[in-house]
Design a protein. Structure first.
Length: 95
């Protein structure tokens, strides 16, 4: 997964970015919001990422279902990490 399926929908520099992302496994376009807030130590980035929880159907193999769910979760985490790398973000430890 990479940023090939990402398009900027709205940008209000330097505080806001709205992008559209079309992952193949969702079947629709998602909107992801980034809000940037200047602080003394740098810029904080808030990400609003819609996530629709999948539920297995009655006749679905649960092992395969949960395997696919984990793969999707890892794909999203890789995409977020790629965004963070592109903008030079670092994680702030939670206290």
């Amino acid at each position: 997964m990479d940023l090939e399926n990402v398009m900027i929908k709205k940008e209000v520099s330097p505080n806001y970015l709205l992008i559209e992302y079309s992952p193949g496994w969702v079947g629709k376009t998602l909107e992801i919001e980034f809000v940037f807030k200047e602080r003394q130590i740098g810029t904080e980035v808030y990400v609003k990422w819609p996530y629709a929880e999948e539920v297995p159907s009655d006749n679905e193999n649960l092992t395969e279902f949960y395997k696919q769910e984990e793969e999707r979760k890892q794909s999203i985490e890789r995409l977020v990490q790629e965004f963070k790398t592109k903008i030079g973000a670092t994680d702030i430890p939670q206290s």
